[in-house]
Design a protein around this ligand. Structure first.
Ligand code: ATP
Ligand code: MG
Length: 199
């Protein structure tokens, strides 16, 4: 690299640094955040658990509510429930297996009550509501109730919601929304869900 291009590079980096520093200095607000992780690609639930673990690593308290995943052997629950993380799991299978709307609605409502307990506890710093989106697309839960509960949660409490097809009102309320896009997935090549990788 010539001296001239080295100088140019340095100038560009310096400008970039000033801009980033300014944005960091301007971002002064603090509040509990709502993040929605949606989309058809793999990585939503695991991302949510990444945040749970990040929290625990800081000595903070996290709680987990899982809608629809009860019947699978559950690596995250095996670990976290063992170390005292409050964990509520709805005891029905995946959505495409469910056939009894009344029973599913009842299970969803019960699980939502467990979520509400966490969402009113200021000692819980982060609540993961895994696969909550389907409870709204299937009308198992009332969107007004969900929005109202999220809005009135403790001021500093973070919430992560995962699941495909997030309700518009949920993404509107959220501070951060990420969409995981499916580029390809092993399942499409005939590979079954793998222990420790998929669940
Ligand atoms: P993960 O739990 O691995 O973070 P996810 O939460 O993004 O995945 P879900 O939609 O909740 O994905 O689906 C859960 C299961 O379905 C996982 O075993 C995952 O590997 C699988 N899966 C996720 N995306 C796809 C896809 N595009 N095609 C097929 N299977 C998928
Ligand atoms: Mg998931």
């Amino acid at each position: 690299m010539t001296q001239q291009s080295q100088d140019k590079h340095q100038q560009r980096q310096q400008k970039l640094k000033e801009k980033v520093d300014e944005r960091i200095a301007n971002a002064q607000d603090e509040k509990g955040l709502l993040q929605v992780i949606t989309g058809n690609g793999k990585g939503k639930t695991t991302s949510g658990f990444g945040m749970v673990i990040r929290c625990l690593g800081h000595g903070m308290k996290a709680g987990v509510v899982q809608f629809i995943k009860g019947q699978w052997d559950n690596g995250e629950r095996n670990l976290l429930a063992n170390i005292g993380v409050p964990f509520a799991v709805m005891e029905t299978g995946f959505t495409w297996e469910t056939q009894n709307k009344e029973a599913d609605t009842k299970a969803a409502q019960e699980t939502w009550q467990a979520a509400k307990v966490m969402l009113s506890d200021p000692n819980i710093d982060l609540v993961l509501l895994d696969e909550l989106t389907y409870m709204l697309s299937y009308d198992y839960l009332d969107i007004d109730d969900v929005i109202e509960t999220l809005e009135s949660r403790p001021k500093m409490q973070h919430v992560v919601v995962t699941g495909r097809g997030a309700h518009r009102r949920l993404t509107e309320l959220a501070d951060t929304v990420s969409e995981v896009r499916n580029v390809k997935h092993a399942f499409d090549s005939g590979i079954k869900a793998q222990l420790g990788f998929d669940y």
